[in-house]
Structure formats: C-alpha cells, structure tokens
Design a binder for this molecule. Structure first.
Ligand code: C5P
Length: 346
C-alpha cells in the first residue's frame, strides 16, 4: 500500500475518551416497522456520568479489552470490540489498522437504559481512528460518513453519541438533530438503577404483545416529546426544563412494558415519588428511574434520602443487591475534539 502510514503516523501512547451516559427525557414509540424495529421520537441528553476508555496499539496479534469498575462483566465491553472490528473492516485497504488494547472503566450501570455500551462504542470508534492515524488519510466528509454508518450499524442508540450534545432522535435512533445548549446552570439528575437488567428487546416485544403494556394515553408522549423539542430549539432555560419534569416523567411509551418486564419497578417508582415529592421518570427501556433537580447538590441530597429510605424499608427496590444511586448532571459538553485527554502509558 503506497499510502499506508509509517509507524510514526500512529499514536504510540494510549488515548483516553470519556463515554457519557444518556438520559431519555421523553420517549415516544410511533409504531412498529416492517424490519421489526420501532419508529421513535425522543429528547435525549448526555450526562456528566461517564465511562472512561483508553486505547493503545496492542502488543499481540489481536484486539484486547480489560474491564474494571461497576458491572465489569464480559458483556459490559462487548460493543468496544465490535466497534474495533467494524472500524477495521470499514478502513480495510486504506490504513494499517493494527490490533488495539483497550481498558474500559465502567461507571455507568449496564443494560440500564443509560446507553453506556452504545457510548463506549463511539469512544472505541474515535479511539481506534486516532490510534491508527486515520484522520490524516481520510477527508473530513469521508470520516464523518464512515462514523455515521458504523454507529448506525452498531446499535440504535449509538448515533446519538456521535455529537455529545442534547438532541432529538427519530427513526429507529439513527436520525439525530442536535439541540442548542440549555441556558443556565446544568440541572442535577438523580439516577436510581435497580440491580436487574432490562433487555431492550424484551421491553419492545412486551409492548407489541401485551395489551397491558400499551400506553393508556395514546399519543400524549409524542405530543410532549415534540413540544419539548420545539421549546428547546427556541432556547429553553435549565430551570424551565426542571419545572416540566412532571409532563416528561409521564412521556415514556415503554414505561408500562418495563413495569411488566421488571416486577417491582412500579412499586419502586411510587415509593420514590412519595419519599422525594418529585416526578420520577424512566430512561429508555429502563430500569433506571430519574428525578430532575435544579443542581447537582440537590440531587446529591436526594440520593441520601433514597439511601435512608432503602435502609429503613420505606423504599424497596427489585433485584438481588441494592440499586445504584447516582447523583449527576445534564452535561453541556465541549466540542467532541476537546473531550479526549492524553495520558502516559501505564
Ligand atoms: O439496535 P439495538 O440492537 O440496540 O436494539 C435492541 C433491540 O431493541 C432490537 O433488537 C429491537 O428489538 C429493539 N428496538 C426496537 N426499536 C428501536 C430500537 C430498538 O424495536 N428503535
């Protein structure tokens, strides 16, 4: 290959990417499609809560991945390795896509409706491109097209993470329209994730098959989702978003299906509403429940109240262990290029 990069074109030290979680503030299911997926409309935001992925050239002949931290099971890094091999296939013949060694620090609960695996996949694509020095061999338009195509093939939630910004998503998740930054202080978010995985596919199947899973107020999630998107485009303030939490918390068409797939989730939600006196929403297909606050400090205080409620038995969560209770914020990230940091080899 005449245009193969010399070894000096590649990054020899690890590069580090933060992979933020997402929150669905709304989630409307518009209908089932011929390909089995569902058309959606959702307002999604990135959170400060992030996984951390480092990528470097591997010493051996194959890609490797080590996972540590929360939910460090084998499945929790799966999309990272899939992203590496999809990126290598897409760039075959154009660059020398050497094997990669990745380390993933999990902070985002797995299979929880927070998009952790999908976000890790985008961090992996970007990390791989950078280690391979792909940018010097692709023009920006070609690079963007390859990222978009790979993301859509890796999973429905993956395209959202390409921009790192609040967005509306539609189609099955591949149509992403970036929203302007929220004005004012970033809202605090309390996340309560029961220790039970909710497979997205089971929640959608339950929605299709079980009459009890149908939203009682058909069309209201869509109206709330489109209305929020319109207000956001017009320049929504962060405090106005928090005021709308009641409408948003009832604007998830997967909520009843998630309650059926995860017994005890509905009771947990009710007990949180009683304890916190705030609307409690569901992110994606769950089982993570969210509560919005004006600031991180208020969310952190509420986290203590939830821990106390679990200890005194007034809050009961499904699943073997206790739930994860995380106070974070909606993030207003810098442009993608600024989200990486360099580190010395370890
Ligand atoms: O795209 P992804 O593999 O993440 O989706 C997991 C499952 O969720 C799909 O197999 C499908 O059953 C369901 N899904 C859906 N409609 C969407 C997104 C996901 O039915 N828009």
């Amino acid at each position: 290959m005449d245009d193969a990069p010399t070894p000096t074109d590649r990054r020899l030290s690890p590069i580090v990417r933060l992979a933020p979680a997402k929150l669905n503030l709304t989630l409307a299911v518009l209908g089932r499609r011929a390909d089995g997926y569902h058309d959606l409309h959702s307002v999604m935001v990135p959170l400060a809560l992030s996984d951390r992925l480092s990528v470097a050239p591997a010493h051996g002949p194959a890609d490797t991945l080590g996972v540590s931290g929360r939910s460090a099971g084998p499945e929790s890094g799966n999309l990272v390795l899939q992203a590496f091999s999809a990126a290598r296939n897409a760039l075959r013949g154009q660059i020398d896509a050497v094997p990669l060694a990745a380390r993933l620090e999990k902070h985002i609960p797995v299979a929880a409706g927070l998009g952790g695996g999908s976000s890790d996949a985008v961090a992996a694509l970007d990390g791989a491109f950078e280690v391979w020095g792909a940018d010097s061999h692709l023009d920006p338009v070609q690079r963007a097209a390859i990222r978009i195509d790979l993301a859509a093939r890796l999973g429905s939630d993956v395209p959202f993470f390409l921009t790192g910004r609040a967005a509306t998503i539609s189609g099955r998740g591949e149509v992403v329209r970036v929203l302007p930054p929220l004005r004012g202080t970033s809202p605090g978010v309390l996340l309560i994730t029961p220790a039970v995985a909710a497979a997205t596919a089971s929640v959608f199947t339950t929605l299709d098959r079980d009459p009890l899973a149908r939203p009682t107020n058909s069309g209201s999630a869509r109206a709330a989702s489109e209305h929020l998107a319109g207000e956001w485009r017009a320049g929504l303030r962060a405090d106005a978003l928090v005021v709308r939490a009641g409408v948003l918390a009832s604007a998830n068409d997967l909520a009843a299906a998630a309650d059926l797939v995860v017994p005890g989730l509905r009771a947990l939600r009710r007990s949180l509403v009683r304890r916190l006196g705030r609307p409690v929403g569901l992110s994606g297909s769950g089982p993570t429940l969210w509560v919005l606050y004006a600031s991180w400090a208020e969310a952190a205080t509420a986290a203590e109240a939830v821990s106390a409620g679990l200890a005194d038995g007034s809050i009961v969560a499904p699943g073997g262990g206790g739930p994860s209770i995380i106070a974070t914020t909606i993030s207003t990230p810098a442009p993608l290029a600024d989200r990486s940091e360099e580190e010395e080899p370890r």
